[in-house]
Design a protein around this ligand. Structure first.
Ligand SMILES: CC(=O)N[C@H]1[C@@H](O[C@@H]2[C@H](O)[C@H](O)[C@@H](O)[C@H](O)[C@H]2O)O[C@H](CO)[C@@H](O)[C@@H]1O
Ligand SMILES: [Zn+2]
Length: 303
């Protein structure tokens, strides 16, 4: 088993706030256990909406200062989680937030009409080459990123998944770009997941409370979209009730994007979401090391 102080965890996310929403408890736990946790954020979130009225002028169609502001929000959120190594892919502002843009079929997988400097338009090899030296420098045992849907279809999330997976493959190739450092093959790769049972529980609570607009058209007992993971395909759940306060405070630090109300949070679409103390994952590379309940409860299990 890798010693706690020798553990190195790398997370690749699209915008400032995704890391806390998806992995806030996980990051706080591993920092507390002495692991080295590194966050790579691919954009500054320049195209986000602004929940704080007095900061509305930062929006991209006004002062276009939101990206710069969110650098500070992310730094504050990382301070809450105890993460000291957080970097932007290729440096701050190299890849611009694409915006919540879909083509008219509503499918982000077909290139939407976006700015030439948007992350979605970035050349995949060039963006992966910004990640390869980081992987080869850090030599993480575990990489965390999104599934092929980017978890909910945002073009930057889909692109972050592609850059993370392709970057991991290139970093492992001994003969690939020796100038980017000695090869490193990441032993375990996980995708963040929205577990089906949790989605149904959340939908049931919303519908019971009379909310028919959040996740409109979804029935707690009906079919789930492909980005919802059946519980049988969840491989690992990181639990950490003792870190939920850090996660909530980190969410509050992303004030232009997230409002926190007790055990719930909302983004600018005002969808009520529970703040979970457990964070599920799918293992997509490496050997599973499940416990008696059939799940891993440590991303470094088996290493
Ligand atoms: C969690 C996440 O990925 N947030 C992104 C997302 O923000 C959403 C977007 O503004 C959408 O229009 C809203 O309805 C929704 O409530 C927001 O969460 O997309 C932004 C633009 O690309 C991005 O900056 C933000 O981080
Ligand atoms: Zn995002």
């Amino acid at each position: 088993m890798v010693e706690l102080a020798e553990r190195r965890l790398l997370l690749v996310h699209a915008h400032p706030d995704d890391e806390t929403i998806n992995n806030g408890v996980t990051m706080a736990r591993y920092v507390a256990e002495g692991a080295h946790v590194t966050l790579i954020t691919c954009t500054l979130g320049e195209e986000g909406e602004v929940l704080v009225p007095e900061l509305a002028h930062l929006a991209s169609d006004q002062d276009d200062g939101l990206g710069e502001h969110r650098i500070g929000e992310l730094a504050n959120a990382m301070a809450e989680l105890g993460v000291t190594d957080h970097r932007f892919l290729g440096g701050p502002g190299k890849y611009r937030d694409t915006g919540m843009i879909y083509n008219d079929e509503g499918n982000a997988d077909v290139p939407p009409q976006t700015r030439k400097d948007s992350f979605w338009q970035a050349d995949l090899v060039a963006a992966a080459n910004d990640l390869v030296p980081v992987i080869r420098e850090l030599r993480p045992q575990v990489l965390v990123t999104y599934d092929e849907w980017g978890n909910y279809g945002h073009p930057d999330h889909i692109k972050a998944h592609r850059v993370a997976m392709y970057g991991a493959a290139l970093a492992a190739a001994r003969s690939y770009r020796e100038d980017l450092g000695p090869a490193w093959d990441i032993p375990k790769i996980y995708w963040t997941a929205m577990a089906e049972s949790r989605m149904r529980e959340q939908l049931r609570a919303l519908r019971d409370a009379g909310d028919t607009t959040t996740f409109e058209g979804m029935d707690p007992d009906g079919p789930m979209p492909p980005m919802i993971t059946p519980d049988r395909l969840i491989d690992c759940v990181i639990e950490g009730e003792e870190f939920i306060d850090r996660k909530m405070n980190a969410m509050k630090a992303h004030a232009t994007q997230i409002t926190v109300d007790g055990p719930f949070f909302a983004l600018s679409n005002n969808n009520g979401n529970q703040i979970w103390a457990s964070e599920p994952y799918r293992l997509v590379k490496g050997t599973p090391a499940p416990g008696p309940d059939g799940l891993e409860h440590d991303l470094f299990a088996g290493l």
